[in-house]
Design a protein around this ligand. Structure first.
Ligand SMILES: CC(C)(COP(=O)(O)OP(=O)(O)OC[C@H]1O[C@@H](n2cnc3c(N)ncnc32)[C@H](O)[C@@H]1OP(=O)(O)O)[C@@H](O)C(=O)NCCC(=O)NCCS
Length: 422
């Protein structure tokens, strides 16, 4: 069925008229796919500059032309860029798949399947140990070996007089309000520190730079509502920031947190205190880690209410030894794990020899202690889900003793947190 299409990867640096028209068409296709407005010229320029800096690879499928109509807009798109993932014990290259769209006129003909399976082969050829994506729907990507691996909480915090943090030592840090136009060097530093210490964090695409400085990618215009506060640690170095906007400016107004990035619990709590101290507001809403120190730092934990908990980062393990050696392990043991992968990339049996928190992982022909498929391995990978519920759901099999040992080996803190959206 996909023989009727022409597939091409666009060269971002080719400025010829024909290629520029196809690039613009590719952007039009993803905007349509995600139900956004047609891009204006400023948006196109910003997008092109951002994907060029990211070294993004944009591939599409074009249908046969229709006489009298231009044919620049592909009917299917898929892009990727390579950043990094904090796997808990090491930072790994992460193959980030994005911009997956298929036109309604060409859906369910295998276009996404073809683009995705080819892309995963390209990732393996390039030596990527893991691929990651975020999903608009919950039942698409399991068939390609991805498992939901992190969640992100949405919280609504009552910051009226009921908000009070427990007493804690003053570490000498402070929060400063920074103009978006001069904030980027500080924000970049904070994210780098956060990424280094946060299991599950994924490197950020370039568009974050203009977004945090006040360009609204949804509205395609300057966003004059966005404010920024940066926390400077006791050494004067930035260790946290919050991007926020006043959602309802009246005398019990609501503050919307758009991005909250911290490299320490002190920074997180200081920024929450800052948000709670904004006069004429009584509610703060926004994203938060699933395991959030704020909950336990509050005198009255009920002021923080979780309103949603969607899955966020999906992980697809491609190279089992490299991926598993980069995550932490929590008991000293040797276990043989069989990974089943219909696409073959991660398929095999592996010995995990763990001691002192780290493991050597090698292919083996020994009989497995436990068996799981690659999707389940992705879900287990960053520690958001533990072995026991997966085993009870029938997704990890082995004797009771083997499953218990596997839990002791694989389960442990810290919980992951990914606050990069792509
Ligand atoms: C989701 C989307 C990319 C699917 O593209 P498509 O070309 O129709 O998909 P394919 O024909 O290649 O389907 C491949 C498989 O995925 C399944 N599938 C496709 N879309 C699905 C969906 N929304 N939910 C569940 N399964 C889906 C198909 O049934 C098929 O399954 P099978 O081959 O195992 O039987 C397309 O519908 C789309 O662009 N949607 C809007 C944008 C979007 O949501 N993109 C995803 C961003 S994360």
């Amino acid at each position: 069925m996909t023989d009727d299409y022409s597939f091409a990867t666009l060269d971002l640096d080719d400025e010829s008229e024909e290629n520029t028209a196809r690039l613009t068409g590719w952007l039009d296709a993803i905007m349509r796919g995600f139900h956004q407005s047609q891009p204006n010229d400023e948006f196109r320029e910003k997008w092109l500059a951002a994907v060029r800096r990211d070294g993004a690879v944009n591939r599409g499928a074009w249908a046969a032309p229709v006489a009298g109509l231009s044919n620049d807009v592909p009917v299917a798109t898929l892009g990727h860029l390579v950043k990094t993932l904090n796997a808990g014990d090491a930072i790994l290259p992460a193959w980030m798949i994005t911009d997956v769209t298929v036109a309604p006129t060409h859906r369910r003909r295998g276009l996404m399947r073809q683009l995705m399976t080819e892309n995963l082969c390209a990732a393996v050829s390039a030596g990527a140990p893991v691929a990651v994506l975020t999903a608009s729907e919950g039942a698409i990507y399991q068939r390609f070996g991805f498992g939901p691996a992190t969640r992100e909480a949405r919280v609504r915090v009552d910051t009226s007089s009921r908000f009070r943090l427990r007493d804690r030592p003053d570490d000498g840090g402070r929060v400063v309000i920074v103009a978006p136009s001069e904030a980027w060097p500080l924000l970049e530093k904070v994210f780098a520190r956060h990424h280094d210490v946060t299991r599950g964090s994924v490197g950020r695409p370039t568009y974050y730079e203009s977004w945090l400085q006040g360009y609204d990618w949804d509205e395609m215009s300057e966003d004059r509502k966005q404010r920024l506060a940066v926390r400077l640690g006791p050494d004067g170095e930035p260790d946290g920031f919050v991007a926020y906007a006043m959602k309802r400016p009246d005398d019990n107004g609501e503050v919307e947190v758009r991005d909250l990035v911290t490299a320490s619990a002190e920074a997180l709590l200081a920024l929450w205190q800052f948000l709670a101290d904004i006069d004429l507001t009584e509610i703060v809403t926004g994203p938060a880690p699933v395991v959030d120190p704020l909950t336990h730092a509050l005198v009255n934990h009920r002021v923080r209410r979780v309103t949603a908990m969607p899955d966020h980062l999906w992980v697809r393990v491609l190279d089992v030894p490299v991926a598993l050696e980069a995550r932490p392990w929590f008991s000293d043991d040797r276990m043989i794990v069989r990974v089943v992968d219909g696409l073959g990339h991660a398929d095999g049996t592996f010995a995990i020899d763990a001691s002192d928190g780290r493991a050597a992982v090698t292919p083996t022909s020994a009989a497995p202690d436990v068996t799981l498929d690659v999707e389940t391995l992705g879900t287990l990978y960053l520690g958001d889900v533990t072995v026991d519920p997966l085993a009870r759901a029938g997704r990890i099999t082995g004797t009771d003793d083997a499953v218990r040992r596997f839990g002791s080996l694989a389960d442990g803190s810290p919980a992951p947190h990914c606050n990069t959206h792509f």
